[in-house]
Design a protein around this ligand. Structure first.
Ligand SMILES: [Fe+2]
Length: 204
């Protein structure tokens, strides 16, 4: 059995506290702040790196002053965290996997256990389309750094700067598209299966 990743546990607890402080300071719907667990990492894990992390350092200069400390902390913590991918090459092609990854801080899989919410960090490389997908959990994203255009439901893609909160109700199709810059964003899921693979929405 894997050893408790103590360094990963400590940075996850620190990041989770910074994330919660940020969310409480923003106009995040209160239901996304309820049901947070005590921010103690108890789950075993193994640090895992992904190709998308190559863009993390350049994101440090592409944010607002209020978000910069959290982004810096994510960058420092990244080598100790378990970065994962939900999709396979057959979903969106092999190049997608070079430019996509996430790590869960809180939830069914991350170092801090919760059955009520999942919270983590999404990274996308530049020149990437994350095609339309949907999931049962209600979700908010907070853009932390970089840039992307976001699509919600039937709305057109709209550029969202760092600091924007994006809400996806349960099963609302959504997609993201980066251009020359990568993207780092926080996500919080609540309700539904917190470890479910999203349903891919075929283009119409
Ligand atoms: Fe989503």
């Amino acid at each position: 059995m894997a050893e408790l990743n103590r360094a990963g546990a400590e940075v996850s607890e620190r990041l989770a506290r910074l994330v919660l402080d940020l969310l409480m300071a923003m106009a995040v719907p209160e239901r996304f702040l309820n049901d947070w667990p005590a921010l103690n990492a108890t789950r075993r894990g193994t640090p895992q790196q992904l190709p998308v992390l190559a863009w993390l350092d350049e994101l440090a200069d592409r944010t607002s002053p209020i978000l910069a400390p959290l982004l810096k902390e994510i960058s420092r913590a990244a080598p100790k965290l378990e970065w994962r991918q939900t999709y396979k090459a057959e979903d969106f092609g092999p190049e997608f996997l070079n430019r996509y990854g996430w790590t869960e801080l809180i939830g069914l899989r991350g170092p801090i256990a919760s059955t009520k919410i999942a919270c983590g960090i999404l990274l996308l490389g530049p020149e990437l389309l994350y095609p339309a997908h949907a999931h049962e959990a209600e979700e908010i994203y907070v853009c932390l750094g970089g840039a992307a255009a976001w699509m919600r439901g039937d709305e057109p893609f709209t550029s969202q700067p760092p600091g924007t909160i994006i809400h996806h109700p349960s099963w609302m199709p959504h997609a993201m598209r980066t251009s020359s810059k990568p993207l780092v964003a926080l996500y919080v899921w609540r309700g539904g299966d917190l470890a479910a693979k999203s349903k891919i929405i075929a283009p119409s």
